[in-house]
Design a protein around this ligand. Sequence first.
Ligand SMILES: NC(=O)c1ccc[n+]([C@@H]2O[C@H](COP(=O)([O-])OP(=O)(O)OC[C@H]3O[C@@H](n4cnc5c(N)ncnc54)[C@H](O)[C@@H]3O)[C@@H](O)[C@H]2O)c1
Length: 357
Amino acid sequence: MNILEILPAVRMLASKKGLVTCSLTDEKGEGSADEKTLVIESPDELRTAFKSWYESNDSAPESVVVSGVCTIAVDSAGDTGRQRIPGRIVIVTGGAQGFGAGIAEELFEEGANIVVADLNEEVGSEMAARLNAKNYSNKSFFVKTDVSDPDSVENLIKETTLRFGGLDVMISNAGILRAGGLDEMDPKTFDIMTKVNYTGYFYCAKYSSKVMKIQSQYSEGSHFMDIIQINSKSGLKGSNRNFAYAGGKFGGIGLTQSFALELMPHQIKVNSICPGNFFDGPLWSNPENGLFVQYLKAGKVPGAKTIEDVKQYYENQVPARRGCRVIDVVRAILYAIEQEYETGQAIPVTGGQEMLK
Ligand SMILES: NC(=O)c1ccc[n+]([C@@H]2O[C@H](COP(=O)([O-])OP(=O)(O)OC[C@H]3O[C@@H](n4cnc5c(N)ncnc54)[C@H](O)[C@@H]3O)[C@@H](O)[C@H]2O)c1
């Protein structure tokens, strides 16, 4: 076993009394046993060593030495009893702004340790620092990530494992939208959108399921994990002059159903969440290049004179008469995590605008 396999194994074995995080202290493994340190001679003895530890101790060790290999620090989660996912380790791709930032904030309040993974280093690091400034026992850090690059996603999982000890929930949220009909859409733009929105989800599932499978082996079936894709209502219904986006999102649901079949035996559920339009987010409301401004300038909404007119036009198409909000998506995420008897689903969160057939 290498260090990246030992860490999630130790984390699960040390999580008997509640989820902990683990981090790599050194790659020497030279410490000696004391009342808070468990020394293990070989990685093959992890299970038996923890079994004997719990025979004489009520709580997990604070430090685990694997002789000659590494030392691992164990941090207890500090569960307040009021949070819904205390101690979970959650990656949010595209977590610097928009839906991703809101999801990161809300899940942090629910006790999760959050890895903000985004291309945007400046805003993404600020987000992680803002969460840590709350001084909760759960923590956050940022990893610069390009989800369309497999090496970058592999590095994200490696950093998460070294600093938190494993991974419980991968939220594949990063996405881009470049609209255009067949005459306007050039092949290069189509390829970029497909790489981020579709292939990026495959990379997230591929590398996160590796560490989750190790956790599954060492939790003896008691710990469920999740891969959640933030899809769209455009993944359920075609979108006029927006086929590059809709096609990638439809494909994402095919991946979700297939990953779900493959991963359920490892206690890993895979679901997509399909939000309606997030009118308050930057994609729609950015005052310089948001979709409301673009649609007003392009005269896309007949008779509209102001941004408010354009917004009203779109809100009127939703039975709930408003756009989707972060909290609507977060409720669906928490449902997917807490529900152990469901996988492979595409959950619409559209205020009634899109209904399953
Ligand atoms: N905004 C909407 O109305 C809406 C509706 C339904 C679904 N969605 C979906 O929600 C998700 C988030 O959308 P949003 O509107 O919050 O987007 P956004 O543009 O506000 O934010 C996207 C974030 O992803 C990051 N990002 C972009 N490309 C990346 C890459 N290759 N690697 C890593 N990070 C990258 C950006 O830096 C940004 O921080 C997307 O998957 C989108 O398709 C959005």
